[in-house]
Every structure is written in structure tokens, then in C-alpha cells.
Design a protein around this ligand. Structure first.
Ligand code: FAD
Length: 285
């Protein structure tokens, strides 16, 4: 069985590896270099605190992969676990948090609801008057996505994946509603199946096959700051849910800060995104 995977981010690489390990003949086409899309910008957060049962279950499964990553893929992804702390500014959000914790506990996740005072113990420096409650799970944390890309890329190649960087898929060949090949600048690749792992470009790729895929790109910003008071590595990844901002320790006392503050953000062409940080955004963050 021949498979072409379109996109060499974390999703394309992990899919290509899994397919090759299961016996498929896999070619992976990446327009640019491996892991240069959203994957390169990710905060690397790994958590099981979600608000739907399906997301909690999926994250429990993926946590097993990250926990065994070094043994299975030979790369230490710097998985640190100072926890995730979600902050609620309103009683309504706090009520939702309590329901989430009950659902998460039911699925085996060891999360808990915290008072503002207890949250400040987890994250010193927070203003306890700014929020009414929080949830915390000490097993949550973050890892380095670029190291995960390296691990998957090496293992995918070892499993026989033909990894082609600098190779955009420019057309998809179909016959009677089935994909039979993809076109690249270097020629056509015949295939039985195609995996669309093009991330923010997924709708554009689907359109090449005449498929209308409802995936809408959103631009996000993230920045590393060097606070006057160095951030301890024990500080959890802390999210102000209503404001939409978050931070976590990076390394050597620096912090990684992200978030999105615009009320409505229209779709944007990811190829036209500015890679620069907006100062207004940074000031709000
Ligand atoms: C600021 C930020 C913070 C984030 N933080 C977290 C977090 O803490 N935890 C978390 O779980 N997730 C986080 N995410 C989300 C996470 O980064 C993405 O879900 C993940 O990286 C998506 O991986 P992907 O492989 O689908 O996409 P990408 O990494 O974008 O890969 C898609 C690839 O497809 C390629 N491509 C596109 N079109 C074509 C074509 N025609 N032919 C060939 N190749 C093509 C692109 O070049 C790209 O490399 C964050 C994202 C951002 C932006």
C-alpha cells in the first residue's frame, strides 16, 4: 500500500512513522523544512485537563506516547511537569471548571479545583483578587516540540519513509473520486492513499482534490521574555482563560508568553502572515 503524507510537521511525521511501522510504503512531501510550520511555534504544552470527554481521552492516549518517547524514539524531548493552572475570573467560569474537574476525575485525571489562595501557592506572584478559582493538575507540563520532530523524523526514515523536503504538493490526481497520485515540481508520485497533514494549509491542499475542508487558519503570537524577577522552573503553565493569555517557564529564568486578544479574527492566508511580533500584542500579553 502506497501512501503520500502531505506536510512534515508533528502530525505528518508521526503519521508517516506509524504508517511505515505498520507496513505501508510512505513518501512524505514537505514544502519547506521539517517542523517549520505551527510545530516550530508551539509552546509544547502537554495536558490532560480538557473540557470534553473525547479530548481528555485522546490526551491520555497521547501522554503515553510522550512518556515513552525517549525509550521508543531515542530522543529526550525535555518533558517537564510543573503542572497546568487554569484561572477563572468569573463565577460562571469557575462553575464550568468544577464540572470539568469532576469529568476529568471520572476519567482518571488527577486534577483539582483550587481557591485563589491555593492557586497563588502554585504560582507565586499571581494577584488572588484577579480571579475567583482555578484548576490544577500536577501531571501536566510541556516538552520541546523541535526535539519531538527530530525523534519522529529519524524514526520515520529508519522505518523506510521517503522524506522529501522542499517538495510542495501542487496538485492532486483523482480517478472516480479516489486519490491516485500527487503532483510535485519534481514530478508525479502515484499513490493509493494521501494523508492531508498540512496544518493551516489543509484546506488549500484539500481544494486541490476538489474537497471543501472547513479548516480556518488563525494567526497566533508567542514570545520569550526575560523578566526582572527570573521565573522558577516550578511555575506551572498558567492560563488566564477569559483574557486568553498564558505563560510558562522557558529556561534560565526566562518565560514564554502567548495568547490571543482580538475579539474576532478573520481567516488569513498563512503564507501572508507576518513573522514579526506586534508591540500592542506584546504589551497586552
Ligand atoms: C503559538 C502557538 C502555540 C501552541 N502551543 C501549543 C501547545 O502548548 N500544545 C499543543 O498541543 N499545541 C500547541 N499549538 C498547536 C500545535 O503547534 C499544532 O497543533 C501542531 O504543531 C500542528 O502540527 P501540524 O503538523 O498539523 O502542522 P504544521 O506544523 O503547521 O505542519 C504542516 C506542514 O505542512 C506543510 N505544507 C503545507 N502545504 C503543503 C503542501 N502543499 N505540500 C507540502 N507540504 C505542505 C507546511 O510547510 C508545514 O510544515 C500551538 C500553536 C501555536 C501557533
Amino acid at each position: 500500500m502506497d501512501v503520500v503524507v502531505v506536510g512534515g510537521g508533528i502530525v505528518g511525521l508521526s503519521s508517516a512513522h506509524a504508517l511505515a511501522a505498520a507496513g505501508a510504503d510512505v513518501t512524505l512531501c514537505e514544502s519547506d523544512s521539517l517542523g517549520t510550520g505551527s510545530t516550530a511555534r508551539s509552546a509544547g504544552g502537554i495536558r490532560t485537563q480538557f473540557s470534553t470527554r473525547v479530548n481528555v481521552r485522546l490526551s491520555i492516549e497521547s501522554l503515553r506516547v510522550w512518556e515513552a518517547f525517549e525509550a521508543d524514539f531515542g530522543v529526550d524531548i525535555a518533558h517537564r511537569r510543573p503542572g497546568y493552572l487554569f484561572l477563572a475570573r468569573t463565577p460562571e467560569t469557575a462553575d464550568r471548571f468544577r464540572e470539568n474537574v469532576a469529568m476529568q476525575n471520572d476519567l482518571g485525571v488527577d486534577s483539582e479545583f483550587l481557591s485563589p489562595a491555593a492557586a497563588v501557592e502554585r504560582c507565586p506572584g499571581l494577584d488572588p483578587d484577579g480571579f475567583v478559582g482555578a484548576t490544577y493538575n500536577g501531571a501536566d507540563g510541556f516538552a520541546d516540540p523541535n526535539l519531538a520532530v527530530q525523534g519522529y523524523a529519524a524514526s520515520a526514515r529508519e522505518a523506510g519513509v521517503d522524506v522529501r523536503t522542499g517538495t510542495p504538493v501542487i496538485d492532486i490526481v483523482t480517478d472516480d473520486g479516489r486519490v491516485t497520485g500527487v503532483e510535485t515540481d519534481a514530478g508525479r508520485i502515484d499513490t493509493d492513499f494521501m494523508v492531508n497533514a498540512a496544518g493551516a494549509w489543509a484546506a488549500t491542499v484539500a481544494d486541490l482534490a476538489g474537497v471543501d475542508l472547513p479548516i480556518h487558519p488563525r494567526r497566533r503570537q508567542i514570545v520569550v521574555v526575560d523578566p526582572s524577577r527570573p521565573m522558577s522552573g516550578d511555575v506551572p503553565l498558567t492560563i488566564d482563560l477569559e483574557e486568553g493569555s498564558y505563560f510558562r517557564p522557558e529556561r534560565d529564568g526566562t518565560a514564554l508568553v502567548g495568547g490571543h486578544f482580538a475579539e474576532t479574527e478573520s481567516d488569513a492566508d498563512p503564507d501572508a502572515y507576518s513573522d514579526s511580533m506586534e508591540l500592542d500584542w506584546a504589551a497586552t500579553a
